[in-house]
Design a protein around this ligand. Structure first.
Ligand code: MN
Length: 289
């Protein structure tokens, strides 16, 4: 199944060029709160009977306003330096094996078609196209061999990043810095998450192209490793890392991430509210003035 969130808290099952409204069927009655009905569905673990789909309302996909499938995940875990070619392009001395994982603020999530807001007018902000894993079952210290059974599904993610000296959790947590979507493809449709073609374009130019086969920590290892640090709960999101080809994004750019079997996420870039880095709050404390 491909499950989208659309038109303010409706769950749409993607059926060709239509969405079948399966909100009550999958999530039960609302209200669903800020985490949304897909979060409720993932927690409930219900499996719909195809017969129940008959007679449900249908909306043309082209007319639906898609939202991030999980507007406020419980947590967003990031994988730093999880492709060797990205390690080389950034001249990083270490990879995920030495760095472990990091966290992004869940308030940074936006949905398809929205704009990434550039915070600084004079610092580079980059795109990082990534495969995202959505957890389906509570995972604590799970072995690699059992890790994929804890995955609900997969989606596309942009791990937008300011290139500066701050900690990763700061540089990657600005509002709008985690575009997510366009929907979640359930794990049964992705038999091998370590063999997916991934492409990312900026302003019509292809910047990133890889196979997830090149991940240093593959999906099962990443889930197992992360669960050895922190308990993963249904609906938590893990960004698996980005391949070579990161680069600056600019006002007016369109960014796309296409992942085989999953879909295409597209967002815009808005730099109209960017301000000089030196004008950020706290400057006086740093200069001692
Ligand atoms: Mn990343």
């Amino acid at each position: 199944m491909r499950l989208a969130l659309f038109d303010q808290d409706r769950i749409g099952l993607v059926d060709g060029d239509h969405l079948v409204d399966v909100t009550e069927l999958l999530a039960g009655p609302g209200p669903y709160g800020p985490a949304g009905p897909l979060q409720r569905h993932i927690e409930r673990g219900t499996v719909p009977d195809p017969h129940d789909l008959r007679g449900l309302p249908r909306t043309p996909l082209a007319e639906a306003e898609l939202e991030a499938p999980l507007p406020r995940p419980g947590k967003i875990v990031g994988a730093p330096v999880n492709y060797l070619d990205h390690k080389a392009e950034m001249a990083y001395p270490t990879s995920i094996a030495e760095l472990g994982v990091f966290l992004k603020a869940t308030s940074s999530v936006i949905g398809p078609g929205r704009d990434v807001l550039l915070p600084y007018s004079d610092l580079r902000t980059d795109q990082e196209g990534e495969l995202a894993v959505v957890i389906g079952r509570t995972a604590s210290r799970v072995p690699v061999a059992d890790a994929l059974s804890h995955v609900f599904g997969y989606t596309c993610l942009l791990d937008i990043t300011v290139r500066s000296t701050e900690d990763r959790s700061t540089r990657k947590s600005f509002d709008t810095f985690t575009p997510l979507g366009p929907w979640i493809t359930t794990a049964d449709e992705v038999p091998d998450p370590d063999a997916l073609d991934l492409r990312c374009t900026v302003a019509g130019e292809q910047r990133q192209h890889t196979s997830t086969a090149d991940l240093i920590f593959g999906v099962a290892e990443l889930v197992a490793y992360t669960s050895s640090v922190m308990t993963l709960h249904p609906g938590d999101v893990i960004a698996t890392g980005t391949p070579a080809g990161v680069g600056p994004i600019r006002h007016g750019d369109r960014i796309t991430v296409d992942i085989e079997r999953i879909g295409r996420l597209e967002v815009g870039v808005d730099g109209s509210r960017a301000t000089p880095y030196a004008e950020r709050p706290g400057r006086r404390a740093r200069t001692g003035g």
